[in-house]
Design a protein around this ligand. Structure first.
Ligand SMILES: Cc1cc2nc3c(=O)[nH]c(=O)nc-3n(C[C@H](O)[C@H](O)[C@H](O)COP(=O)(O)OP(=O)(O)OC[C@H]3O[C@@H](n4cnc5c(N)ncnc54)[C@H](O)[C@@H]3O)c2cc1C
Length: 550
């Protein structure tokens, strides 16, 4: 596999030579360092690299160049290599231009000249940006191959599971690759169940479940102990923050996640309001950082493992996994968040995973390159997704029931959507039907005012119509509010059934002593990433208080 490229661009040959020297010293073993002395030369190089299906990891571009400024170059380069890190080399006088470029060209960082010593001023920044890039970009490589049908829901589920757990793979559409079809038929029979996942050691799995796949690709799927001080259910921001604090304070802790760490936040294509990331951060990047941090402190993290039931055998709390295994603990944190609501429209159910996707489904974006796609919903998550898909799709149609976007969507997103030529916002409109034989072909829109219908051909439909708490499995174990969210602390109704002890419930404690809830799933939570992180972190204080009593 060709190494990904770092492309350095500067018209000053001395500066260019110095940048290239510093880059080679640190990165030549993993990246190919390529230089260009003008914007035009850089674009030509970027085009050739794209044609060879190779990747550019980083553009490091001087702002002041004759003919084309660094920002203009980055705007063009972004069209060719949208995933590459964009970094501007600036003089002090260019600071304002660089700040403006954060929005204009999605600039990831600007570096003030001179950057000496590189060990302090250049390498730490690049290490961080390149680590994030390699986590989010899938390179062609000799690794895991998923062979399936583009329109099979199980093939989508497998791709989504590996992508969200940041396991790289190559996707092969069996319908477009007869040679692979023959090979798969020889392994798995004439009409194989799909997908077939093939591993570099020559082994394969046929239509595996998440837990089986997790174990095979080296993700932790089994708890190493029978007992922990603390078990956390749910690996969204609340659960991850809880795990970081618990492990850093010396508790034996395991986090159990049914799908992939990151939760709802992990599906966000760009989070722009999380403290400390002025250029935004992708959900995948944030999740990867949090997982690394929790593991560094010694937290265990099981993925692909849904929790099926909870029970108490005082002083123990017992968690039963879907596969029948049990883990016991003294304290339990429920951080199961929310799930996207299902769309109740004729034709949807059989096409879920075959063109209709709930939530962001970021792994699908590249498969719909150059096609028309639609998004249902008018809140922030729909807006983020529209911007993300607009980088791949030919046209993105946003279907919004309300007469305008603004009441539910943050201003910065409304403005950016307004400035994106290939996003059309259709307001006052509902989805009335979804059509397609074995994959989505068309949707039917209904005007909310006059009832008139019109069809729209689309290759994919992404649904963002709100969320509901994930507490089905805990009803009857902990007290819920009428909407299904978990009641905690002072919100618990007093009375024998709701709270059984003499002492008051602790902050975040549910109706079962020693069982806590944090994040979106908690009644009264302010459903944002920072709030979930805050609740997950703060709940550890109550966990410690409780552990002193058992
Ligand atoms: C697309 C999108 C974009 C968003 N963008 C922003 C933004 O820009 N800024 C912002 O502040 N907020 C944003 N939000 C909201 C934010 O993501 C949520 O408020 C936050 O993720 C809540 O965190 P949480 O940990 O409470 O729950 P979640 O993120 O919902 O995580 C819960 C986790 O629990 C797991 N789980 C559930 N049940 C079980 C079970 N039985 N067994 C095992 N695991 C289980 C789930 O798989 C999930 O991973 C966005 C939401 C979405 C959907």
């Amino acid at each position: 596999m060709a190494k990904p490229v770092i492309l350095a661009v500067d018209d000053d040959r001395e500066v260019l030579a110095a940048v290239a020297r510093d880059l080679r010293r640190q990165y030549a073993d993993r990246y190919r360092i390529v230089t260009a002395s003008s914007g035009a030369e850089a674009l030509e190089t970027a085009r050739v690299i794209q044609q060879r299906a190779e990747a550019i990891a980083l553009f490091l571009v001087d702002q002041r160049m004759p003919g084309m400024t660094g920002i203009q170059l980055l705007a063009e380069a972004r069209k060719l290599h949208p995933e590459a890190v964009r970094m501007l080399l600036t003089a002090y006088a260019d600071t304002n231009a660089a700040i403006a470029a954060i929005n204009e060209v999605g600039l990831h960082h600007y570096l003030m000249k001179p950057w000496d010593p590189p060990e302090m001023k250049l390498y730490p920044v690049l290490d961080d940006l390149l680590a994030a890039w390699s986590a989010r970009v899938r390179l062609p490589f000799e690794g895991i191959r998923i062979v399936g049908s583009r329109w099979s829901p199980q093939s989508y589920a497998t791709r989504d599971f590996l992508a969200r757990n940041q396991v790289p793979y190559q996707w092969i559409d069996i319908e477009a690759d007869p040679a692979t079809r023959d090979m798969v038929q020889s392994l798995a029979g004439e009409s194989p169940r799909l997908p077939v996942v093939m591993f570099p050691d020559g082994s394969h799995l046929i239509a595996p479940g998440n837990a089986e796949l997790a174990g095979k690709v080296g993700l932790q799927a089994q708890a190493t102990r029978p007992f922990y001080d603390l078990v956390i259910i749910g690996g969204g921001p609340a659960g991850l923050a809880n795990a970081v604090y618990a492990a850093s304070e010396g508790l034996r802790v395991v986090l159990i996640e049914q799908h992939a760490p990151g939760g709802q936040a992990g599906t966000s294509s760009m989070i722009e309001n999380y403290l400390g990331f002025p250029g935004g951060v992708t959900g995948a990047d944030l999740a990867q950082r949090a997982v690394a941090q929790a593991r560094r402190f010694g937290a265990e993290m099981l993925v692909g493992q849904p929790v099926a039931g909870l029970r108490r055998e005082d002083p123990y709390r017992i968690v039963t996994l879907d596969n029948g295994h049990e883990v016991s603990c003294h304290a339990l944190v429920l951080a199961t968040g929310m799930a996207v609501r299902e769309l109740d429209v004729p034709g949807v159910a059989p096409l879920v995973g075959s063109g209709v996707y709930y939530g962001a489904a970021l792994s699908e974006a590249a498969l719909h390159r150059g096609q028309d796609v639609a998004i249902v919903g008018g809140a922030n998550s729909a807006g983020q997704a529209a911007l993300y898909f607009s980088r791949y799709a030919r046209n993105v149609t946003m279907l919004v029931r309300a007469p305008s976007l603004s009441p539910k969507m943050s201003r910065y997103l409304v403005d950016r959507i307004g400035a994106t030529a290939n996003i059309q916002v259709v307001t006052g409109t509902e989805l009335s039907e979804v059509c397609g034989k074995d994959h989505l072909e068309r949707i039917v829109l209904r005007d909310a005012e006059n009832g008139g219908s019109r069809p729209l051909d689309v290759g994919a439909l992404f649904v963002f119509i709100g969320v509901a708490p994930r507490t089905e499995g805990f009803a009857g174990f902990v007290e819920l509010d009428p909407s299904g969210f978990i009641l905690t602390g002072p919100d618990l109704p007093r009375g024998k059934r709701a709270w059984p002890l003499e002492r008051d419930p602790l902050m975040f404690e549910t109706s079962v002593p020693g069982v806590f809830a944090a994040g979106d799933v908690r009644s009264g939570a302010n459903r944002r990433i920072a709030s979930a992180v805050g609740e997950g972190s703060a709940a550890i204080y109550s966990v410690h208080q409780y552990l002193q009593t058992v």
